[in-house]
Design a protein around this ligand. Structure first.
Ligand SMILES: [Fe+2]
Length: 298
């Protein structure tokens, strides 16, 4: 009997439109920064990393396996959110054995190695991003600079990032991504049911607004494509095939004058979710600093 593969994109009702995309050769440093990063507009950059050796080498059986001696946790579910304790408690395997297992898995099996730092022996196969100038590619504040996702049929649950800019970089296989931005008016109507996992219920439609008015921006990422994900954009990811896949998430620091405002429902939600008063106050101070910076440097 075929195993069940969990997909997440279509679990949230809405009207899907194509996410804008641009060819790598048309995206100068200043255009990427001022047209997309500053206004926090997502964009797909086609063939942005097609020249990285990883694209031609990592699909060959035995290549990555020979370049590693790390231990990793392997999950046989999709990437649920948040990762939390269940993820830390996963059984550990040698990375070379885990990769062999994923490469040889049946097309209906789900496996995920999540948030793996790039093993030093693999770094020679990774290049840079033509559209991002080195002096703006600063270390992120919260997320790791580089995280690899190695998978077979593993979707990633709907979530958003509270800070840091992300370049989702597709190396092997293809992925479908869907994104939306909520406002003060519809934040609770969508964030509430998703946080409570009601979108996984068979009768999910009754927990969401009946008008299906949410606009979902969607695109398929092929190997070599990069998706820029700004903070506070909800996104869900489904593999577009059943192949052995690898995605790299590269993060860089959000400019201080683009840190969210205290009137933004997403920012309020994050402050509420902090585990202690001290963390909530720190977050408030950080956001206030961003607002001040916007006044000085709009
Ligand atoms: Fe993400």
């Amino acid at each position: 009997m075929a195993k069940r593969i969990v997909k997440v994109i279509d679990l949230v009702p809405g009207r899907a439109v194509e996410l804008p995309s641009i060819g790598n050769e048309k995206l100068e440093h200043e255009k990427f920064w001022h047209d997309f990063v500053c206004p926090q507009q997502p964009i797909v950059i086609r063939n942005a990393v097609s020249n990285w050796p990883a694209l031609s080498k990592w699909g060959t059986k035995g290549y990555l396996e020979a370049l590693t001696n790390h231990q990793v946790g392997v999950s046989d579910t999709f990437n649920a959110s948040p990762a939390g304790l269940w993820h830390q408690n996963l059984p550990k395997y040698r990375l070379d054995e885990a990769i062999t297992c994923l490469r040889n898995a049946a097309p209906d099996e789900t496996f995920a190695i999540r948030s793996l730092p790039i093993p030093p022996e693999w770094k020679a196969d990774i290049g840079g991003y033509d559209f991002l100038s080195a002096n703006r590619d600063l270390p992120p504040r919260a997320y790791a600079r580089d995280r690899l996702f190695i998978y077979r049929n593993a979707s990633t649950e709907w979530h958003y990032h509270t800070t840091d800019e992300t370049l989702t970089t597709q190396i092997l296989a293809s992925k479908r991504i869907s994104m939306f931005k909520l406002s003060k008016e519809n934040w609770q109507a969508y964030a509430g049911p998703i946080r409570s996992n009601l979108h996984h219920m068979n009768d999910r439609a009754r927990f969401f607004p009946a008008d299906q008015a949410l606009t979902k921006f969607e695109a398929t990422l092929e190997p070599g494509d990069v998706l820029y994900i700004p903070p506070f954009w909800w996104h869900g990811v489904d593999p577009a095939d059943t192949e052995f896949g690898i995605t790299l998430a590269h993060c860089f620091r959000t400019p201080l004058n683009r840190i969210g405002s205290l009137s933004d429902p997403a920012v309020k939600d994050v402050i509420r979710a902090q585990g202690s008063l001290m963390l909530a106050l720190r977050m408030r101070a950080f956001v206030a600093l961003g607002s001040l910076s916007r006044i000085v440097n709009p």
